[in-house]
Design a protein around this ligand. Structure first.
Ligand SMILES: C[S@@+](CC[C@H](N)C(=O)[O-])C[C@H]1O[C@@H](n2cnc3c(N)ncnc32)[C@H](O)[C@@H]1O
Length: 275
């Protein structure tokens, strides 16, 4: 049995280089502490040493998609931080007031719960036909799950409670059909979403959006990467567009901070007011 206590900076650099070489994913600007925890977790689960993990990667015994899925943290829930969704419900009419159509990008959508929450909100506000939604993630398997719209029934109690706390208007169950142990999200609502595999480390500006949500993703990046990604978001945003980040995240110190005005500090909603 292998007991792993820690990894040195040199060891982390080594695995980062191997992963970059083999899979073309660059984790060098991920927050070192959480990246280390995820590598240690893989080693513990598989009961292998770092050398063995590296060997498995080099010999293709560890697929790119499996590695990606293990290294990323996919924890999510519908109407996460209900007070944010309550605020957004009130804010959307103003966000739509000057525009015929809105393009919304969920960057780092994980298994889709954030996107389903948005779809329900837009449907209840009767504006879904005026909105185009892009949902992206680096993790291909989690993106597949998001497209399928399946949520384990075990997680539904929390989702329902969040929905109610966010001032949801309807019977939440109407948006789902039950299939054995899963609740399956409305295919009609889901059809408004374009799911895309986008790695925020490599992404270049590809469109202009009215709202970009990137919640609980930046915390896994170091300041260099956070800065680059926030610049990407600014470049992908119309003047007057809105940026939303996670409760524990901040744009205060980044290069593009001066381009944004704070709309709601507690809910981390910002508006692009300068080019
Ligand atoms: C904790 S989840 C956040 C999900 C959702 N936004 C929320 O707040 O509930 C973080 C997501 O970021 C994704 N992610 C991590 N690194 C990424 C990258 N370089 N590009 C795109 N997505 C990334 C992960 O795959 C994961 O699904």
């Amino acid at each position: 049995m292998i007991t792993v206590l820690d990894l040195s900076i040199a060891e982390l650099r080594k695995i980062t280089e191997v992963v970059k070489e083999k899979y073309s994913y660059d984790f060098s600007n991920y927050a070192a502490s959480s990246f280390k925890r995820r590598i240690l977790r893989i080693m513990e689960l598989k009961r292998i040493s770092l050398e063995q993990l590296i060997e498995q990667i080099l010999k293709n015994q560890f697929t790119r998609d499996t590695f990606l899925h293990e290294i990323t943290v996919n924890v999510t829930e519908m109407y996460r931080d209900p007070s944010f969704w309550k605020t957004l419900r009130m804010q959307i009419p103003e966000m739509l007031s000057n525009r015929d159509k809105l393009r919304i990008w969920h960057a780092g959508c994980s298994s889709g719960e954030e996107v389903y929450s948005m779809l329900i909100l837009l449907k209840e506000l009767n504006v879904l036909d005026r909105v185009e939604i892009i949902a992206s993630d680096i993790d291909t398997s989690i993106l597949q799950k998001a497209k399928e719209g399946k949520i384990s029934n075990k997680n539904m109690e929390l989702n329902i409670s969040n929905y109610q706390r966010s001032n949801g208007l309807n019977d939440f169950n109407n948006y789902f059909t039950i299939e054995k142990d899963n609740s399956v999200f409305s295919k009609t609502l889901l059809s408004s979403v374009s799911f895309r595999e986008i790695d925020l480390v490599k992404a270049i500006p590809f469109t202009k959006c009215d709202i970009i949500l990137c919640r609980n993703v930046l915390i896994y990046f170091n300041q260099i990467l956070q800065n680059n990604v926030l610049k990407l978001f600014s470049d992908c945003m119309f003047m007057g567009g809105y940026l939303v980040i996670g409760a524990k995240e901040s744009i205060a110190w980044c290069d593009v901070a001066s381009k944004f005005t704070t709309i709601n500090l507690e809910e981390k909603i910002y508006k692009k007011t300068k080019d």
